[in-house]
Design a protein around this ligand. Structure first.
Ligand SMILES: [Zn+2]
Ligand SMILES: [Zn+2]
Ligand SMILES: [Zn+2]
Length: 177
């Protein structure tokens, strides 16, 4: 897990105490962080800006010990400290604040999905055959959603029933004009 390597001439070590990793990022204030501590700093900044609990570097390091082999605990795919290439941003490790106040590391893709779902932590209890409709706020079978090839999961955002209601509302508006 450690990325500790002997420094070559011109290379710096991470400014965080006790971290022997090679620094990859200058923080703009004269300190240099390794890729991990750079990401930690971003997580702390992001939490603070959203008025969420902001863990210390030490807390983040402790939490990292519970992540085995950089695997996202909610989807099982590998996580990276940085996007290895454009389009791989979803794999970057991110900090999830759960409804119960706990925090853990999950991939950006899962974090974004969770943020969009309105379901809170129950989102991760969804079976692959299920989908949440934000209109009626019900968990339904995926077959209750129309197919939509333009959607990332291949199904319409709202369920068939809510889709119908939306269509009716639209038609009414059109008639009223
Ligand atoms: Zn470091
Ligand atoms: Zn994930
Ligand atoms: Zn619905």
């Amino acid at each position: 897990m450690s990325t500790e390597l002997p420094t070559k001439p011109g290379q710096r070590k991470c400014s965080r105490k006790g971290c022997g990793n090679i620094a990859t990022r200058c923080q703009g204030d004269g300190t240099f962080y390794c890729i991990k501590h750079h990401r930690f700093k971003r997580m702390r900044k992001c939490s603070a800006s959203r008025s969420l609990k902001t863990p210390s570097f030490l807390e983040l390091d402790t939490m990292l010990k519970n992540v085995s082999d950089m695997i996202c605990p909610t989807c099982g795919s590998g996580m990276n400290w940085n996007a290895p290439h454009q389009g791989a941003r979803g794999s970057v490790i991110s900090l999830q604040h759960w409804d119960n106040g706990k925090m853990s590391f999950i991939c950006c893709r899962c974090n974004n999905k969770h943020g969009r779902s309105k379901l809170g932590d129950d989102f991760f209890k969804l079976k692959p055959s299920e989908k949440f409709c934000p209109d009626c706020e019900q968990i339904k079978n995926r077959n209750d959603f129309y197919r939509d090839s333009s959607s990332p999961d291949g199904r319409d955002v709202r369920c068939k029933l809510c889709h119908k209601i939306m269509d009716q509302k639209r038609n009414k508006k059109r008639c009223a004009i």
